[in-house]
Design a protein around this ligand. Structure first.
Ligand code: CTP
Length: 244
């Protein structure tokens, strides 16, 4: 894009009135990899933008009475555990400037009807976070930037044991059984294979402050380019995967 071309384009005062489509960032990675910390740090550093976080957990299918009675046999790490149609419907509304009510998932009762749903308003930036957020191509297509949080399996397991026993009131034996029966196989079969879709891969999750700083700088640049692309549809943005 040459300065001359820029000069010929509409002034920013014209474009300020154009409806803005949100910039969508996907954050995937294994359970307890540090996705939430990464998202929180991005949100903190993008304080001057309107940013909302949407968790894939909110879209877990409602379990039947029989499934709830045998919940230890339920695979919460399989792509079929999520209501992706509902997620797509909510995202479609948000992208079109409509507010949506997103359920809050309760890990103790395995349901999403304990708490009132959270009203999510249309924003400049939407962060979609979850273990399998890159699995469905239709969800991937919504994203302007994809981040994969890449944390060693032993660190993820150690965190999971601590968190599930302390915060979810679970027994350590049950946590280990669930890990070997469902969590590890699903990571290998469904989560790890989606790493190839990431634009950015960050090791060590929220501990990686340098990576978060670089990502936030990159998001700011992309937000600028994103606006430019809406104003100048013929502007090409070259994007490649990189590892920090
Ligand atoms: N899960 C569970 N019980 C449920 C529902 C989900 O134990 N009733 C577990 C799944 O087994 C899955 C994990 O929750 O492995 C997904 O949680 P995730 O969204 O990844 O949250 P975190 O592990 O907190 O992510 P992070 O630490 O990376 O922020």
């Amino acid at each position: 894009l040459q300065p001359r071309d820029l000069a010929e384009q509409p002034s920013t005062s014209v474009t300020e009135n154009m409806p803005k489509e949100p910039f969508v960032i996907g954050v995937a990675g294994g359970a307890a990899s540090g996705k939430t910390t990464v998202c929180d740090m991005i949100i903190q550093q993008l304080h001057d933008q309107r940013v909302v976080l949407v968790n894939q957990d909110s879209f877990y299918h409602r379990l039947s009475e029989e499934e709830l009675a045998r919940v230890h046999e339920y695979n919460f790490d399989h792509p079929d555990a999520f209501d992706t149609e509902q997620l797509l419907c909510s995202m479609d509304k948000l992208k079109n400037g409509q507010a949506v009510d997103v359920p809050i998932y309760d890990f103790m009762s395995h349901t999403n009807n304990v708490y009132p749903a959270r009203r999510v308003n249309p924003s400049d930036v939407i962060i979609l976070e979850g273990i399998l957020i890159f699995h469905d191509p239709r969800v991937r297509e919504l994203m302007n930037m994809k981040i994969f949080v890449d944390t060693d399996a032993d660190v993820r397991l150690a965190r999971r044991i601590r968190r599930d026993t302390a915060e979810k009131g679970r027994d350590i034996g049950a946590v280990l059984d669930q890990y070997s029966k469902f969590v590890k196989p699903a990571f290998d079969d469904f989560i790890l294979p989606t790493k190839k879709y990431a634009d950015i891969i960050i090791p060590r999750g929220g501990d990686n402050h340098v990576a978060i700083d670089l990502i936030v700088q990159h998001i700011r640049t992309k937000l600028g380019q994103h606006d430019l692309c809406k104003i100048y549809p013929n502007l090409y943005v070259i994007q490649s995967t990189f590892q920090i």
